[in-house]
Each structure stands twice: as structure tokens, then as C-alpha cells.
Design a protein around this ligand. Structure first.
Ligand SMILES: Cc1cc2nc3c(=O)[nH]c(=O)nc-3n(C[C@H](O)[C@H](O)[C@H](O)COP(=O)(O)O)c2cc1C
Length: 362
């Protein structure tokens, strides 16, 4: 069982006037983000392969957030179909996340532009200038990931319209630095474009703290993956409900000669077997049975298809159950609208508490 997370209760319920004032303050803090996204809330759902498709994306956008389709390895025709299907389920804005190393990146950008997608997220490395230019020339806004301040500055020079800074607490592929530190490194120095924070966000009061530090909004993945509208298998979602923050660990690399891309997910039989697999491959390399290249490929191949197995087939034992540390804050499978309402209520309540504290201090 997860321990309950205690928040300091307000000794008396907030009055309507207090809530109204706090809500105004919250809307003000979110304004840069909501203006940029064209949404009611400055809350993005991070794209998640297999999870971020028409149902979840439209549910998030319909609830006032900003849904993002995960293109992943889709071919252009398949992406066009997914965009059209999402559009049929929402008339609100949503975006598309494209992986920069996709061999048909420019064609995918074109598919987004033809379909009138307003925001293209370029993920998985520094985006090529040609893709940024094509997207912007076609009228879309470009969002990119900045894992450090120098890269944030470089991306702005390259013309991106907004940045996401994602801490190591996040689910999926992660960098080494926590959001707490990235935010301090980047937020005070970037005001040319909106910066959205990601990684470890599970409550509205935490998001509020980053907005007060200068963030334009927040991006969440883990909480939305377990939403009622997510097509993830029931077993996948229930594993999220049961898991604690410490269960979401990054993949372990056994030998520096054979790099393993850090991916955060729930420890399971698959992650334990991955260690045995690496040890076996390394042994075979050392005894000359396989070349270095073959060994690296065998290590990389271990997780091929594993996220799909977990998300779609519900194989939470040997599949890749990508999840961030905020999985510890997933208490139930909730509709997206309820998750967003909770986040907003928590932020508003935190603002009321803050105001009362300040009033009490005179
Ligand atoms: C199951 C899962 C799959 C993900 N897949 C992708 C992906 O395909 N592309 C991507 O850019 N980020 C991916 N992410 C990261 C999310 O987009 C998001 O940035 C991250 O989940 C935010 O941190 P949080 O997990 O603490 O909410 C994935 C995350 C999860 C939990």
C-alpha cells in the first residue's frame, strides 16, 4: 500500500472570495503558457509512445489541457490518419511529437502542416535546422527539449518557440539532472520563449512552485498514462496505482564499453533479466564469440517491442513499464478531467494557504 501523502489542511475551508482571488492569481501565472498553447490550462501531456493516441490526446485537450500525439516510428500516412482521428474527437488545440532521428522527419512535419497542427514538438536530440524552418515556415510553433542552459540558448537561436525542460524524475528516456536543479539552472536565464517544466509533477502545488520560479506551464506523462481514457492495458494502469516512487528506476548499465540509454520505468522481471542479458553478452564478447558491434546490438535489442507489450498487452512482468517517480502520486485510475481539476484545486488551495500565511505574518 502506498502511504497517504499529507498536505497541511486549511484550518477553515477557503471562502469563495479567497478561491476567486487565488484562481485569478493562478490564471495570471499560467497566462504565458495558456496564450502559447491556446488552452484553458498551461498543462501539457507529454507524448508517450503507444499511450498518446487519439483517445487520451483528445480527452486532455477537451479537458482544457494540451494533448500531444506520439508519432514514434509511425509512417507519414499513419500519422495523418491519427491526426484526423484525433481532430474528429476534439475541436481544441493539440500537438504532435516527432522524433528527430525518424528517417522521414521532414515528411512528417509536412503531414502536420497539411493537417493544420499548430504545435510540433521535436524530441530525441537537437532538432535539425531544416525541420525547425519547415515547421515555422508552414505556420506551426516548434517546441524542443533543452537538457542544459547552453542548449536552451542554442535552440532559441535556432528559432524554437518554446522549450521543455525535463528532469531525471520523469518516465521514459531521461537525462541525468533533476528538475529541481534544471529549473534553477535555466528558468532565471530564459525569458525569450516560454519554458515548460516536466518530470516528477504529480500535484498542482508542485507545478505552482515552478510557475512562481518563471515556468510557463508543466508537462505531465505518468499521471495521464494511468487515466481512464488512456488505452493502456488495465494491468499497466493498476501497476501504476500500486507502485511507489522508489519503484520507478532507471535502466542499469553493466559495462561502460556498452552504453545503455537511461530509461525510467518500474523495476520488474524484465529489468532484472536485462542485467543477466548484459552480463551474458559481455561474457560472449570477452571470449571472442561476438564482436563489439554485435554485442551492442544484442544489448539494445533486448527492449525492442517491450513498451508495446506492457502498454497494449498488459505484460507488466517482462515488458517495459515506463513510469516516472510521480507514479507514487497515482492513487487511482481517474478521468483526465478529474486529474486536471485536482491539479488546479491543489494549486489554488496552496495559493490560499500562502495568502493566509502572509496575512497572519502581517
Ligand atoms: C509510458 C511513457 C512513455 C513515454 N514515451 C515518450 C515518448 O515516446 N517520447 C517522448 O518524448 N517522451 C516520452 N515519455 C516522457 C513523457 O512525454 C513526459 O515528458 C514525462 O512522462 C514527464 O514526466 P512524468 O513521467 O514525471 O510526468 C514517456 C513517458 C512515459 C511514462
Amino acid at each position: 500500500m502506498k502511504p497517504e501523502i499529507m498536505t497541511q489542511p486549511l484550518t477553515t475551508a477557503p471562502t469563495d472570495a479567497e478561491k476567486l482571488a487565488a484562481r485569478k492569481q493562478w490564471d495570471h501565472l499560467c497566462k504565458r503558457g495558456t496564450d502559447f498553447l491556446g488552452t484553458q490550462y498551461a498543462i501539457l501531456a507529454g507524448a508517450m509512445s503507444w499511450v498518446s493516441e487519439r483517445h487520451l490526446v483528445s480527452a486532455i485537450s477537451n479537458a482544457g489541457g494540451f494533448g500531444v500525439i506520439a508519432c514514434g516510428a509511425m509512417q507519414p500516412e499513419r500519422l495523418a490518419e491519427e491526426i484526423a482521428a484525433t481532430r474528429a474527437m476534439t475541436d481544441k488545440p493539440f500537438g504532435v511529437n516527432l522524433i528527430t532521428m525518424h528517417p522521414q522527419l521532414l515528411e512528417l512535419v509536412d503531414v502536420c502542416l497539411q493537417a493544420g497542427v499548430g504545435h510540433i514538438v521535436l524530441a530525441g536530440g537537437i532538432p535539425p535546422g531544416a525541420a525547425i524552418k519547415a515547421a515555422k515556415d508552414g505556420g506551426a510553433k516548434v517546441i524542443a527539449f533543452a537538457p542544459a542552459l547552453v542548449l536552451a540558448k542554442r535552440l532559441i537561436k535556432m528559432g524554437v518557440d518554446a522549450l521543455v525542460i525535463e528532469g531525471a524524475e520523469a518516465g521514459g528516456h531521461v537525462g541525468p539532472v533533476s528538475l529541481t536543479v534544471l529549473a534553477q539552472e535555466i528558468l532565471p536565464h530564459i525569458d525569450q520563449v516560454p519554458v515548460f517544466v516536466a518530470g516528477g509533477l504529480g500535484r498542482g502545488d508542485a507545478l505552482l512552485a515552478y510557475l512562481e520560479q518563471g515556468a510557463a506551464g508543466g508537462q505531465l506523462g505518468t499521471r495521464f498514462a494511468a487515466a481512464a481514457e488512456s488505452i493502456a492495458h488495465e494491468k499497466f494502469k493498476h501497476t501504476f496505482v500500486r507502485a511507489n516512487a522508489r519503484d520507478a528506476v532507471t535502466s542499469v548499465q553493466l559495462d561502460e564499453r556498452f552504453p545503455v540509454i537511461p530509461v525510467r520505468g518500474l523495476a520488474n522481471e524484465g529489468s532484472r533479466k536485462f542485467l543477466v542479458h548484459q552480463a551474458d553478452v559481455i561474457n560472449r564478447f570477452q571470449s571472442g564469440v561476438v564482436s563489439k558491434e554485435e554485442a551492442q546490438l544484442e544489448i539494445e535489442h533486448f527492449w525492442a517491442g517491450a513498451l508495446r507489450r506492457a502498454v497494449i498487452e498488459g505484460d507488466v512482468e517482462s515488458g517495459s513499464v515506463m513510469a516516472g517517480q510521480s507514479v507514487g502520486l497515482v492513487k487511482a485510475v481517474q478521468p483526465v478531467a478529474e486529474i486536471i481539476a485536482d491539479l488546479v484545486d491543489q494549486a489554488v488551495e496552496a495559493l490560499v494557504r500562502q495568502k493566509r500565511r502572509m496575512d497572519a505574518d502581517g
